[in-house]
Design a protein around this ligand. Structure first.
Ligand code: V47
Length: 353
């Protein structure tokens, strides 16, 4: 079937068709992705006021794309105490943060308690703050390292106050690529199983995809479809986040630069293929603020948040070591012809600016 006719029909896109979408002209794709985005969200651009905290960079895994973990190219190991983390949380809450997004490396010396008890401390001091924490990769690491089942780790997350799970650790599901870029890390199947278990508890999460390294277009489509399949079963994902690969200070060699057209096509295809995903997030830390804004014309409807500080992508060259202000977000969204909408972590609307 002609792909344009298929898009006009609004019917579900299969794997072969999804791959074919990359051959379409960018602006044809944009027309359909934008129509879908407008039908779902009008001209709203969502963001939240949040703070990212990365409490340790000491990692038992060696992912080739990662510049954040302490290794030869970044010989600067750290692990924050709970007191240090609480200080950051206190200050962030004072500055208006409504979400604390915590992602750590896989620190084999710290004990599972260090990972999980901080959430109880945060929630008992700030009961209304949303704690988004523990990627499936961290859950898998704690499970393997401390002989806990996934269910046991998840029970503890719930007991200690984790509200939702971030989408990290998904990277790219295609097993051959995964073996080359992050061998030994949570498997694709287990990443999906952990999110399924979390959703079965009535909880929500996000899903990421790291692209623009050594994966093929077909690998990206495969990744999206595995997420779409799980979303059909659980409906527990809030947002899909295509993370643009940052190339500095890591061990992945000879990676070609990803062009903006390829980034925008991938955003648009995500919107069209993931017909059951409420939100597509253009995470400004990896795509730059300007491209993240342009992506709003190509199917995305969210920018993540003000962040305040970010260590993972900025270690690999992204210009996101510091956050953006609420005013910058609002001005940028408005001058781009969109409506800035502050949301909470689960996409309830808080304020339209
Ligand atoms: O899983 C690591 C990625 C992720 C690089 O759920 C890199 O709302 C680009 O998952 N270039 C962690 N990316 C961050 C993450 C995230 C971010 C924002 C919002 C949400 C959410 C989740 O960072 C890792 C990995 O895929 N990452 N190194 C790099 N060189």
């Amino acid at each position: 079937m002609n792909l344009i006719k298929k898009l006009e029909s609004g019917d579900r896109i299969n794997a072969e068709e999804a791959l074919g979408l990359y051959e379409l002209d960018l602006f044809d794709l944009a027309k359909f992705a934008d129509a879908k985005r407008r039908q779902m969200h009008g001209k709203k651009v969502f963001f939240n006021i949040n703070r990212h905290i990365n409490p340790t960079n000491i990692c038992a895994d060696v992912c080739k794309f990662c510049a954040f973990s302490a290794h030869r190219k970044n010989p600067n190991p750290y692990k924050m105490s709970h007191e240090e983390i609480m200080q950051i949380v206190d200050e962030s809450v004072k500055n208006g943060a409504k979400e604390i997004h915590i992602v750590s490396a896989h620190n084999a010396q710290s004990g599972w308690q260090w990972y999980l008890e901080i959430f109880k401390k945060i929630k008992s001091k700030h009961p209304t703050i949303h704690v988004k924490a523990m990627t499936a990769a961290e859950i898998d690491f704690l499970s393997r390292h401390y002989s806990l089942s996934y269910d046991e780790v998840i029970e503890k997350m719930l007991e200690y106050g984790v509200d939702s799970m971030p989408g990290g650790g998904a990277e790219i599901f295609a097993e051959d690529v995964r073996a080359k870029i992050c061998k030994g890390k949570v498997s694709s199947q287990n990443w999906l199983e952990i999110h399924k278990k979390w959703h079965e508890k009535g909880k929500e999460s996000n899903a990421t995809m790291l692209f623009g390294h050594i994966e093929s277009r077909a690998d990206r489509i495969d990744h999206m479809l595995r997420i779409r399949d799980l979303q059909d079963i659980t409906g527990g994902f809030n947002a899909f986040i295509p993370l643009v690969y940052q190339r500095e200070n890591n061990y992945l060699k000879d990676v070609k630069f990803l062009g903006s057209v390829e980034i925008l096509k991938t955003m648009a295809i995500s919107r069209l293929v993931l017909d059951n995903m409420p939100h597509i997030k253009a995470y400004w830390a990896t795509s730059t603020l300007n491209l993240a804004m342009i992506a709003q014309e190509f199917g995305a409807d969210d920018l993540d948040g003000t962040i305040q500080k970010e260590s993972i992508q900025s270690a690999a060259g992204a210009a996101s070591a510091h956050g953006v202000t609420l005013k910058t977000f609002c001005d940028l969204i408005k001058t781009s012809g969109f409506i800035p909408v502050e949301r909470d972590s689960l996409y309830n609307e808080i304020k339209t600016y």
